[in-house]
Design a protein around this ligand. Structure first.
Ligand code: 4AD
Length: 432
């Protein structure tokens, strides 16, 4: 790990040292207590925490006074020698011979028993807690594994713009922003730009934010979320599902391998996934949901509750394919055998989590695409460049979008999507 000269070691490195070795640590006060004139500080850094013992004789009067006065989350530098003591938490402690109070902290507001809204208002401080740090480290491993899978499989990364001129996923969830006298929107998906890039690189991906003006305040919606999207030339619906299955299995495998301690600390039991993901049709899923008591008609998209009922029926993530055309965006290719449904698939994560991936096969004919745009009441002029892709060497192709935060929520077992991102954005949250 990269190190600056404020410290000789990160706390996680102490385990590998000999008794009596001298160390210099830099970090923050997590807890503090005093017993018989001896001050005990539980000190944390980015890698872990350790008990520091500060006693008269080893330290000056000023140093002891500074240690006694240091508040929770004060930043400190400690020098001392390492001692193995089975009574100390973690079996290690540092007997301090020098103490520096770098930045004091008075009355740190994050305390046990404060409410959810208070924690969200103080998110900039809340992310220091062990629980949030574990969740965010799992986030990093999900991001890393996602990127790695694409690179390992020869996908080329292509970034798409955030300001766009037209909707991808329908007008209802568009964020409008003024743009030099014109209207622009925040992108809902990078899909169309990735579709343009398959003609250069065939298999492409990106990981970047998407925006949805979703007014619904749920445990699985953000207004700004990170979106891992891929587009593949020559892939049909089944080829697309094979990619998603391999990617999702890889992400779970790597998170379990690299962050098992974080999962355990969050109380989450998660194992690498064996076996194929079941693939069922919308019609089969609808029957299943109805049997479980859902009131839903053929043609409607599945809401949170229906997806929950379906995903509870499976131990593995399950693909639901062939949704009614009217429940999905205009770019989906119709099933030639059954034109009222489209060649699409959503992946529902188990345990009631619901959709984490949405994708499918795209319309490759220009005329078919124009009729679907018109049918949806949209203006083909707004999609001129997108239509061009069907005019110059069009190919069958498919793609998908995986919601990074929904995936983290599932893997880490988080009750709410907002804990899967450091600074969540929802309809009621723009601060901090
Ligand atoms: O199913 P969606 O809307 O599909 C698309 O945007 C396609 N254009 C993607 C593509 O084919 N390239 O969104 C894809 C995924 C969802 O499965 C979900 O995981 C996530 O994006 N997602 C959200 N995550 C958090 N908050 C929201 N408001 C989300 N909306 C979608």
């Amino acid at each position: 790990m990269w190190k600056f000269n404020a410290k000789t070691h990160y706390i996680a490195e102490l385990r590998g040292l000999e008794e009596g070795e001298n160390v210099r640590l830099a970090g923050w006060v997590q807890r503090k207590s005093e017993l018989g004139g001896i001050v005990f500080i539980r000190m944390r850094d980015a890698t872990g925490s350790v008990q520091v013992v500060l006693r008269e004789g080893n330290l000056s009067e000023q140093e002891l006074t500074a240690a006694r006065g240091a508040g929770i989350e004060a930043s400190i530098i400690v020098e001392g020698s390492l001692r193995r003591d089975p009574r100390a938490p973690g079996g290690l402690e540092v007997i301090a011979s020098k103490f520096i109070l770098v930045g004091d902290s008075k009355d740190f507001p994050i305390k046990p028993g404060v409410g959810e809204e208070f924690l969200l208002d103080n998110r900039h401080l809340h992310i220091r807690t062990t629980r949030m740090r574990n969740a965010l480290m799992i986030r990093m491993e999900v991001m890393r594994a996602t990127e790695e899978w694409f690179v390992n499989n020869g996908f080329v990364r292509v970034e798409a713009p955030t300001f766009v001129g037209a909707a991808v996923e329908g007008g209802a969830t568009l964020f409008e922003v003024p743009y030099f006298g014109k209207k622009a929107y925040l992108t809902q998906s990078s899909q169309f730009y990735l579709e343009a890039a398959i003609f250069s690189f065939e298999n492409v991906y990106t990981i970047q934010p998407s925006f949805r003006a979703e007014k619904s305040r749920t445990r699985r919606h953000l207004t700004e979320f990170w979106h891992a999207e891929a587009e593949m030339a020559w892939a049909d619906l089944n080829g697309m599902m094979d990619v998603v299955e391999s990617l999702v299995k890889y992400i779970v495998e790597k998170v379990v391998e690299r962050a098992s301690d974080k999962l355990e600390a969050l109380g989450r039991r998660m194992e690498a996934i064996e076996g194929r993901f079941p693939r069922i049709t919308y019609d089969e899923a609808l029957e299943l949901a109805k049997r479980k008591g859902a009131e839903i008609e053929w043609g409607e998209d599945f809401g949170t509750e229906v997806e929950r009922l379906i995903s509870l029926e499976f131990d593995l993530p399950v693909f639901v394919t062939h949704y009614p055309k009217k429940a999905k965006a205009f770019y989906h290719k119709q099933d030639p055998k059954r034109p009222e449904v489209v060649l699409c698939a959503d992946l529902l994560a188990p345990e009631g989590i619901g959709e984490i991936v949405g994708g499918g096969q795209r319309i490759e004919s220009e005329n078919e695409l124009i009729s679907r745009i018109v049918e949806e009441g949209l203006n083909p002029e707004d999609y001129k460049w997108y239509l061009d892709l069907r005019r110059y060497g069009s190919v069958p192709h498919s793609g998908f979008g995986l919601g990074i935060e929904r995936t983290i929520r599932w893997i880490a077992g988080l009750p709410h999507i907002r804990d899967a991102i450091p600074f969540p954005r929802t309809p009621v949250r723009l601060y901090p």
